[in-house]
Write a new protein. Structure first.
Length: 81
């Protein structure tokens, strides 16, 4: 099953909706190096992995999210092997 994530229109400075925005500086595209502006749900399964395309270079990231009592962490890897 493949499903393209729906990208809601973004307006800068609006951060409510129950979605936590991660520190943009912490993540960068492993291909082109552009900062990755990822939106990840603050609650969900303890670990999760999905593929999302870089909005800049359109190459696929493997996004890994792990969540614990202390919060969640996100890592980005190339998904082309
Ligand atoms: Zn990129």
């Amino acid at each position: 099953m493949s499903e393209a994530p729906v990208r809601p229109e973004r307006s800068r400075g609006k951060r409510s909706r129950g979605v936590r925005l991660w520190d943009d500086a912490a993540l960068a595209c492993p291909y082109c190096g552009e900062p990755a502006d990822l939106q990840v749900e603050a609650s969900g399964p303890s670990s999760e992995e999905y593929v999302e395309d870089c909005p800049v270079c359109c190459r696929p990231w493997t996004v890994r999210v792990s969540r614990s009592d202390e919060g969640a962490s996100v890592s980005l890897d190339r998904s082309d092997g």
